[in-house]
Write a protein that binds this ligand. Structure first.
Ligand SMILES: Nc1ncnc2c1ncn2[C@@H]1O[C@H](COP(=O)(O)OP(=O)(O)O)[C@@H](O)[C@H]1O
Ligand SMILES: [Mg+2]
Length: 351
């Protein structure tokens, strides 16, 4: 495939999402950029704002919503949804050996993680053991059951693996918040606020006004699942980064660290790791591709800095409290982080 084909197909993907999810123009493209960077995404926001719809629309676009695919004797679902609850066991996610009384042998029963797109709802409601099993599988892109290891991703066969996990930051009771070290496994944390404008609320209603079923049920598949790996390779290998972009990403990540910069000391308790820098570069390149370009610029880095970095830094408590007065308790942490990152970008521009 040619450059122009990838860019055109990526645009079609954006259009599909636009048809069923009103608003969230930046958020939707950040989710796509994350997948193009071969990452997993944490979707954060209250219930009822189209997180599930977004995940299912993606599955639809790849013709994966109700499909099953067998690769090398392993059966994968196109899409699976796992509701995390306190009684969920690691094996409910990954799978286990079950005894077959007919053959008198133990046989593997593959868990719902054996899918192309896995939607994990309320990831903070399962116990740390189950969360760890998920995060390990996400990281390793494979699962071991009864001594045999199964791939979750198979680039030769075009079998991709993407986890979209949701959590509601408002309800904290009965949850097990993911520690920073585990949040780091998500390439982005995409924060979904309530719709931003009255017109958006109305457009959502209009979408539903004359029908009982979900609009996403009308979506056709537009791309083969194999496309995603090809597009990921295209972004990784063909989207260029000039040296000034590398300078910028290294400075940005470095200057979030309190031990390095005075601005960071004002805003953050903890700064971003080198892994965060790699993620920032990858997502910025994918963002450039979604914008129809094959060269990533500083502006692409700026565009994705918040979703890539917000869950990897810890804002200072007094900044969070300060932000509470302006935006309320629910958004204060994001706001404090956003302000800190903006100040750091400004300080780099002034160098
Ligand atoms: N921005 C939006 N655009 C289109 N539909 C929306 C939007 N927000 C909510 N909805 C509709 O509201 C319902 C709840 O959406 P859902 O995806 O289940 O939310 P969540 O997973 O965030 O709880 C669905 O019928 C969905 O179509
Ligand atoms: Mg949902």
């Amino acid at each position: 495939m040619e450059q122009a084909d990838f860019i055109r197909d990526a645009r079609r993907l954006v259009e599909v999402l636009d048809r069923v999810v009103v608003g969230y123009s930046v958020e939707k493209r950040v989710v796509l950029a994350s997948l193009l960077a071969n990452g997993h995404v944490l979707l954060e926001g209250p219930p009822g704002i189209a997180k599930t719809t977004l995940a299912k629309a993606l599955a639809r676009a790849f013709g994966l919503l109700d499909s099953r695919v067998s690769i090398g004797g392993v059966e994968y679902r196109g899409f699976s949804r796992i509701q995390f609850t306190p009684d969920l066991l690691p094996s409910d996610v990954t799978g286990s050996l079950v005894y077959n009384p007919v053959t008198r042998e133990f046989e593997p029963r593959l868990g719902p993680i054996f899918a192309y797109i896995v939607l994990v709802d309320e990831v903070n409601r399962a116990t740390p053991r189950t969360q760890s099993a998920l995060l390990e599988a996400m990281q390793e892109r494979q699962v071991t059951i009864g001594g045999r290891t199964y791939p979750l991703e198979d680039r030769k066969a075009g079998k991709f693996f993407a986890v979209l996990a949701t959590q509601n930051p408002v309800e904290q009771e009965g949850t097990y918040p993911l520690p920073e070290a585990q949040l780091d496994r998500f390439i982005t944390r995409v924060v979904f606020p309530y719709p931003r404008a009255l017109e958006e609320e109305k457009s959502i209603l209009r979408l539903h006004a004359q029908r009982l079923s979900e609009p996403l049920e009308d979506l056709e598949s537009i791309l083969d699942p194999k496309w995603l790996h090809a597009a990921q390779s295209f972004v990784a290998e063909q989207v260029a980064v000039q040296d000034d972009v590398l300078d910028y990403v290294s400075q940005l990540v470095r200057f979030t660290r309190p031990e390095v910069s005075a601005t960071a000391r004002e805003f953050f308790e903890l700064g971003a790791s080198p892994r965060a820098g790699i993620a920032l570069l990858r997502v910025a390149k994918a963002w450039a591709m979604l914008e129809g370009r094959t060269v990533a610029t500083r502006r692409d880095v700026d565009a994705v800095a918040f979703p890539v970095l917000n869950h990897r830094v810890i804002p200072k408590l007094d900044r969070v409290i300060e932000a509470e007065e302006a935006v309320g308790r629910y958004s204060a942490r994001y706001e404090a982080t956003r302000r800190g990152l903006e100040e750091i970008m400004k300080s780099i521009r002034a160098l």
